[in-house]
Design a protein around this ligand. Structure first.
Ligand code: GLC
Length: 740
């Protein structure tokens, strides 16, 4: 390979869907392009691949990448919604469908899953990840990687996955996108890295470096992150792509003096492909000739890119992903829509249901649907919906009308998402008065979350809070649905709404999934993957916080609380109600003592004590009350999704390896420390039903930097009569994660 051809493999250029910059065809022929992003369609990808393979000197195939974040044409719920299902199985299924559709359209590589832990609701990209918890984030990261890549990443319906944005992008100060992340080594290691490590263990093919710096070193040129940790400690053998122009942005960071310097730093640090800044493919040629860039560094990156192409099967058949007939056959099928509806249903979180307003009777004769988002097809798809088409979306209004074909379902927008409309407000209130029941939909537009969408206030935008106040006053039988891409500060609405349902952005089947829950075709089981602060000023708010020397207590004046706001979130991590009720009883933790290599077993009984079948995500939290460095007051260490028929009981068993309690200590080493471990089991991080403890004994024991998962199962105890809701007899499969 010539120097130009080598650097060409490291150059990635952006397209515009089914169009590319005319000059790029010549560049492909000259061997100056290794991959494209945002170029899709069987026809165009086949045409460009033919130029690369048939007309360039070496015939090296192109990689086509795209942001297949939550579906390709069949848009699934946004990742934050999917995380609320607490179902790695469903997340994997959604990624698999996305891969099948995208691969048929010529895509080889998706820039997903986004696995950034996000603790600050002001940050717009909360919507793209799995929320605030490292454990849930790791479970979802592994599941989505496996879903995208399938059993064989060279298969015609598989995508190379990409864990992004490495690393600590969600730790941006002020929740402001692209901002500085200044965190300790322990926080980096114990909070932000675990989902990335889980992605490596799941076999992820690539990483994307993040825009931000960590403590003065931008990730895209962070040798310790990209080489020492990723390739050294974790033995990752895939490739790293920069984020859009993040190589060039090293100059703006003040980390590089000019473009060529930026390119040298990024390539040497371990960023193999330069997305869109054009530096690797152009500015580095002179540097390489002048000896300012070693051939070994270039060759190392080229080998990684060629190995990724080989892994994707491109040297066997460069055209396997560009199949127009398959693209037509597998795109937006009924089966895919049904999968999207299933994932959407399971992602819905019932936040409040005073007086049992929900579920609604399907015999209603006049139902009012009010709110600007109820009839918004684009909002239904959410941000990063890419190839999703609004015309395909079933809105909340559509879904309710389909579910109640004989009822009068009347609609009023009320107010816009942003801005004012007094006339609309009055009309909405009049309609609310006339209807038997009101479904009010409020929240954010899909343009308010996602990249470069940080908000300085996380209150309901516009006049929607006033709309809600007036509609609820006009008709107390009002169910409020939220459509939003982040936690919202809605204390007044939470207090006033007779029923409150979190629906996020649920994708192409939004309306059908919402109707399934509103009219009880599906009993909601979602749980919040993020805490909902009581005020913007509380951000960042997360459940797994440190204690401090003066833990916040509302009645303690001299404690770590706000003078002018409550300290507790309005809705805590893990919160989610059901149309039935679950009872937790008879906790047993054994053995009382385990050494660092041992496993504690937590068992309890879970019963459905209501009259509807339902599914409970039983959560297991733990606390290490004393450590050589301080530990969080709570940490999710396992969960079990248990489907129960009315009056059915199951014995839940969760195995906790002691090594799950390893953390980075003062000496910068990861170890398991002796001492008490307090165990909490419950329906949310604050709804704790059972408490116990065990002890880790023996010396402080070094632990590998691995992500370990607890293993959960639920065994039948005794028939309860009635049909089993999802019970598989024996031990129902319940959110069990593979132990590494
Ligand atoms: C964007 C995003 C990244 C995305 C990339 C390509 O700036 O940060 O998540 O994959 O550019 O679209």
């Amino acid at each position: 390979m010539t120097l130009e051809e080598k650097l060409g493999q490291l150059a990635q250029y952006g397209g515009a869907g089914t169009r590319i910059d005319p000059k790029h065809r010549a560049w492909i022929r000259e061997g100056r392009v290794g991959s494209f992003l945002s170029v899709y369609g069987a026809a165009l990808t086949r045409e460009l691949q033919t130029i690369a393979v048939e007309e360039s000197r070496l015939g090296i195939p192109l990689l086509f990448a795209y942001d297949v974040i939550h579906g390709f044409r069949t848009t699934f719920p946004v990742p934050l919604a999917e995380a609320a299902s607490f179902s790695p199985e469903l997340a994997g299924e959604a990624a698999r469908v996305a891969a099948i559709e995208a691969a048929a359209a010529g895509i080889h590589w998706t820039f997903a899953p986004m696995v950034d832990v996000a603790r600050d609701a002001r940050w717009g990209r909360v919507v793209e990840g799995a929320g605030e918890d490292p454990y849930l984030g790791a479970v979802m990261a592994a599941a989505r990687v496996r879903g995208f890549q399938g059993r064989d990443v060279a298969a015609p319906d598989a995508l190379l996955a990409c864990a992004k944005h490495f690393a600590a992008y969600g730790a941006a100060e002020g929740g402001r996108d692209y901002n500085t992340a200044d965190i300790s080594e322990a926080t980096l290691r114990d909070v932000y890295l675990p989902p990335f490590r889980a992605a490596v263990d799941a076999g992820v093919a690539s990483f994307m470096s993040s825009f931000n710096e960590i403590a003065g070193v931008p990730s895209t040129a962070n040798r310790r992150l990209l080489t020492a940790i990723l390739r050294g400690e974790w033995q990752f053998d895939g490739l790293v792509v920069s984020d859009w122009s993040s190589v060039g942005e090293l100059v703006a960071h003040g980390f590089a003096g000019d473009r060529a310097h930026a390119g040298r730093l990024a390539l040497a640090a371990g960023t193999d492909i330069d997305m869109a800044s054009g530096i690797y493919g152009a500015d580095l040629i002179a540097d390489a000739r002048a000896g300012r860039l070693s051939a070994a560094v270039i060759d190392r990156a080229v080998r990684r890119v060629l190995r990724a192409k080989e892994r994707a099967g491109l040297f066997d058949d460069p055209y396997r992903h560009s199949d127009a007939e398959r693209e037509r056959r597998v795109t937006l099928t009924t089966a895919h829509r049904e999968a999207a509806r299933r994932v959407a249903r399971e992602s819905i979180v019932l936040l409040g249901n005073r007086g049992g307003l929900l579920p609604l009777s399907p015999a209603i004769s006049t139902l009012a649907v009010i709110g600007p988002l109820a009839d918004d097809r684009e909002a239904s798809l959410g941000p990063w919906s890419m190839r999703g088409e609004p015309k395909d979306a079933v809105t909340v209004l559509d879904g309710i009308r389909r579910a109640l074909p004989r009822a009068r379902v009347l609609y009023q927008r009320g107010v816009p998402v942003e801005g004012k409309d007094p006339a609309g407000l009055a009309a909405a209130v009049r309609l609310a008065r006339r209807a038997e029941v009101v479904v009010l939909v409020v929240g954010e537009s899909h343009r308010m979350s996602g990249e470069a969408r940080s908000r300085s206030s996380i209150a309901l935008p516009g006049e929607q809070a006033e709309l809600a106040r007036r509609v609820i006053a006009a008709n107390p039988r009002t169910a409020v649905l939220l459509m939003n891409g982040r936690p919202l500060a809605i204390p007044e609405l939470a207090a006033a709404a007779p029923a409150l349902v979190e629906t996020w952005f649920l994708g192409v089947e939004t309306g059908n999934a919402v109707a399934d829950v509103l009219f009880a075709a599906h009993n909601p089981s979602g749980k919040l993957p993020v805490s909902f602060p009581a005020a913007t000023g509380q951000a960042p708010t997360y459940y797994n916080h440190k204690s401090t020397g003066r833990p916040a207590v509302a009645t303690e004046e001299w404690s770590s609380k706000y003078f002018d706001a409550p300290i507790e979130p309005v809705f805590p991590f893990g919160h989610g109600l059901s149309y039935t009720r679950f009872d937790y009883r008879d906790l047993r933790v054994s053995p009382a003592e385990v050494d660092a290599s041992g496993t504690a077993v937590v068992e309890f009984e879970l019963a459905n004590v209501g009259d509807r079948a339902g599914l409970e995500v039983a959560q297991l939290y733990a606390r290490d009350p004393v450590g050589s460095t301080t530990r969080p007051v709570q940490e999710l260490k396992g969960f079990a999704r248990v489907a129960l028929a009315p009056r059915e009981r199951r014995r839940v068993r969760i195995e906790l390896p002691a090594a799950m309690f390893a953390f980075y200590g003062e000496d910068g080493r990861r170890a398991v420390e002796p001492g008490e471990i307090r165990v909490q089991v419950g329906s949310s991080s604050s709804d704790i039903r059972l408490r116990g403890a065990f002890h880790i004994v023996g010396p402080r024991t070094p632990a590998p930097d691995r992500v370990l998962f607890s293993a959960a199962r639920a065994d039948e105890i005794g028939g309860a009569g009635g049909d089993k809701a999802g019970g598989t007899g024996g031990s129902a499969v319940v959110g069990a994660q593979r132990r590494q």
